[in-house]
Design a protein around this ligand. Structure first.
Ligand code: ZN
Ligand code: ZN
Ligand code: ZN
Length: 165
């Protein structure tokens, strides 16, 4: 397999090996600090999600787990995914019914995503809470916000470039 260390993630070029390693380390540190178990299975699911900056459906994840030698059943994969989501290592993309590794682990944030409808690349952005903040309205109306989801669909810059003029 050709190791392609610099690959496009839609919006920016970066060393993905470093990116992956950092994310795994961050998860390990977090789990240690919070006395959580990053079991081999949970770790593998996180690695799979980190493998590409794309959203993956539960069944794709399951296939990749089997390829990696984990003979896991759907409930096991779902449990690992909800562990990762619960602790902020991954997010669910409601629009695609798929999962993506968090790009900003260890920071308090409401996830905001830009999803390319051509290549399925998902870019996580820092939530623009000042430009669209529901919390003031929520307080006035007595609404208890549990989760805010920002998902924008469009075409990433690599896919725009591929369109013949
Ligand atoms: Zn990366
Ligand atoms: Zn995130
Ligand atoms: Zn794209």
């Amino acid at each position: 397999m050709v190791s392609e260390t610099l690959k496009s993630v839609g919006f920016e070029q970066h060393d993905h090996d470093v990116c992956l390693e950092k994310a795994i380390k961050a998860a390990e540190t977090y789990c240690e600090r919070h006395k959580l178990q990053l079991t081999p299975l949970r770790r593998k699911v996180l690695e799979i999600l980190l493998g590409e900056h794309r959203a993956l459906g539960a069944y794709t994840i399951l296939d990749l787990m089997r390829e990696a030698g984990f003979s896991s059943q759907p409930p096991v994969a779902y449990r690992a995914l909800s562990f990762l989501v619960e602790h902020g290592f991954a997010h669910k993309i409601e629009r695609l019914n798929a999962f993506v590794a968090c790009a900003l682990p260890d920071t308090q944030h409401s996830p905001a995503f830009m999803i390319c409808r051509k290549c399925d690349i998902v870019v996580e952005a820092r939530s623009p809470s000042s430009s669209f903040d529901l919390s003031a309205t929520a307080i006035v109306t007595g609404f208890d916000i549990e989760q805010t989801i920002f998902e924008a669909e469009g075409v990433c810059h690599s896919c725009v470039e591929k369109v013949p003029a």
